[in-house]
Structure formats: C-alpha cells, structure tokens
Design a protein around this ligand. Structure first.
Ligand SMILES: O=C(O)CCC(=O)C(=O)O
Ligand SMILES: [Fe+2]
Length: 336
C-alpha cells in the first residue's frame, strides 16, 4: 500500500486552470533567493553551560542580538546526544511509511483527530499549496501513544525532554533580557500545549518550484528545528529569501509570534518557508513552545505595540484568517 498522499492528482485537479509552473505567479512575497547558503548566527551553548562569566555574558549577548536582528539562529554544543536525533528520525520515517489510507484514519496510532495534515485542502492558488505531510503531536498526547512493538512513545518522550531542556535555557535568557516579571517559562516541560511537528517533504511534482511549506511565521513562543541534510528552509531578511544551510551539529531556533508580542516587537518572528526538494525526500522535526489556550500574552514595553490577548484568541483569529484569506494575518491583527 502506498504511503505517499495523492499529491499529483490533488494538485493538478485543483490548479489545472491556474497553474503556470511557478509559485511566483500568485505569490507577491517571492523575491530573490540567495542560494549560496548564508550562515545564521551560531550560538555555542557550551559557553552557557560550562563557560566563565565573561564567556557566558558574550553568549547571552549574541543570542539576544540574533533574536533581534535575525529572529533565527543556530545552536551548537547543545548537549543532546546524536542518537536521540537518529532514533527520532527513524521513528518519524516509520510513521510516515504507513499506508496513506491508515494515516488519514481517525485515531491512527492513537493520535488525536486532525493530527495529520497533507497538502493544503484550503489552497485556492498554487502559491498556497504545501507539498508535504505532517504529524502534529502535543505534549499532552504523548502519553496516549502506543509503545508496544515500536518505540514511538519512548523515543518522543526522550526527544521532547532534551528539546525542552534546550528551550528552557534559551527562553530564560531571552526573557531575562526583557527585564519583565513573567512566569511563562517556569517549566517548559509542563507546557502540555507545546507540540512536535514531524514534517515530510516530497520531491517536486509539476513545474519548477513548489513550496514544501508555504511562507509563514510560527504561532509559538519559540521553535527549535532539527532537520536532515537535504535543505530547503528559507527565511526572509531585508526583503530577500535566504536559504538556511543545514548543519549536522546544529539545531535551528526561531522566535515565534508570541515572543515577538511579549518583547513588544524587539525579538522578531520572521517569515520562513520550505522549498520542495528535487528527486529526494526531506524530513524535519520541530518543537514548538506554546502556552495553554487561556494564557494571556502581555506585551512589555512603552508604548505598547500590541494589545493583550489569550493564546486561544490568537489561534482562533489566525484560523479564521487562513480560512478566509488563505494566509494567517498574525500579530498585526493585535496592534494597538
Ligand atoms: O522543515 C522546516 O525546515 C521548517 C518547518 C517549519 O517551519 C514548521 O514546521 O513550522
Ligand atoms: Fe515554521
């Protein structure tokens, strides 16, 4: 039984009349892509863990600058053993290898309804289509996963434990610099609304350039991404799309909308996208740090840029906007 979703049929039936072989036809957001591979700021976490005070301070400064200037950075020497990633990617691959007919079934692997996405059912133009499939697993759901003959649950538990440790360190540093009195990041492991997204990108079909994942900002405080060596992630900086070069030792961290709000726009939640790979599949696994739905996000600054909102309100507004316009409007909805 085939594991691949029926992208080709789906894509060509929706877009046969409008498709012209490029994402740029309907996407005003597309500009030059720098293909050489620009190096993001690299933060060596070992300086934070074992460094002298002066090294620690330098590292904190680099991280804060990267969050302001890029909204993205890489972390190295994060202390997460290689095997944790190897096992996690193996399990993710096994999950995606299930027949498509099983993956779309409700309660597949005891996961919740709507945890599986493929393509983009709401797309009305090629530029809104994502040639990928994804599993979305909240921390609350992990304990419901089966753990009999496969190791999915244990593997995810270990992976999340390690990723939350790194996230805890980063969030604490970034929030401390804002000099705000907040308890958003007291215990990231207990934020059960945080989630993992396992992404599988399929080789391009039809035409030259199709998005693996459409341009977006993340609805999170912070996202930590682990990816294989294929590449395709791009971020927007100064009006240009810049390709993020994968590195086997580094994790990619980006600021999400909620940290941008919390920091009164000081830290940037930057638009990013994935370009579909050619003749090869790509896997990535992202850990999204999110609060509970009822948590109120308050912006600290003077004058305040954004009004107070709950995470639930933010998500519901974004979902409505995606439905109506094909795009998440995001934080600009909450500007004062
Ligand atoms: O796969 C990637 O490189 C990026 C994934 C991503 O942006 C997301 O899942 O929100
Ligand atoms: Fe993202």
């Amino acid at each position: 039984m085939a594991s691949q979703p029926p992208f080709t049929t789906n894509f060509s039936s929706i877009f046969s009349s409008s498709y012209e072989g490029s994402t740029s036809d309907n996407n005003t957001d597309t500009t030059t892509v720098q293909t050489g591979g620009v190096k993001l700021p690299v933060i060596d976490l070992s300086h934070l863990i074992n460094g002298e005070e002066i090294e620690r301070e330098r590292c904190v400064k680099q991280m804060v600058e990267a969050a302001k200037e890029w909204g993205f950075f890489q972390i190295v020497n994060h202390g997460i053993p290689k095997e944790v990633f190897e096992t996690m990617f193996l399990e993710a691959k096994k999950l995606f290898d299930h027949p498509f007919s099983e993956k779309v079934r409700e309660n597949f692997s005891d996961l919740s309804k709507n945890c599986y996405r493929w393509g983009n059912p709401k797309a009305t133009s090629p530029a809104q289509y994502s040639l990928s499939e994804a599993f979305h697993i909240t921390l609350a759901e992990i304990s419901c996963l089966p753990d009999d003959h496969n190791n999915l649950r244990t593997t995810i538990e270990i992976f999340v434990q390690e990723m939350s440790r790194a996230a805890q360190m980063i969030c604490e540093i970034l929030v401390k610099k804002l000099k705000v009195n907040s308890n958003y990041f007291e215990n990231i492991r207990e934020l059960k609304n945080s989630f993992l997204r396992l992404n599988k990108y399929h080789p391009r079909v039809l035409g030259s350039e199709v998005f693996g994942l459409v341009p977006h900002t993340d609805t999170s405080f912070l996202t930590i991404l682990s990816q294989d060596q294929i590449g395709g992630l791009e971020l927007k900086k100064n009006g240009q799309w810049i390709r993020v070069k994968p590195s086997s030792d580094a994790l990619t961290v980006n600021i999400g909308d909620l940290f941008q709000a919390l920091s009164n726009g000081l830290y940037q939640s930057v638009r990013h996208r994935v370009i579909s790979p050619v003749n090869i599949e790509r896997l990535s696994i992202a850990f999204f740090v999110c609060p509970y739905p009822e948590t109120e996000i308050e912006c600290f600054g003077n004058p305040k840029k954004y009004r107070r909102f709950s995470f639930r309100e933010y998500r519901e507004q974004s979902e409505r906007d995606v439905k109506e316009t094909g795009d998440k409007v995001g934080l600009s909805r909450f500007l004062i």
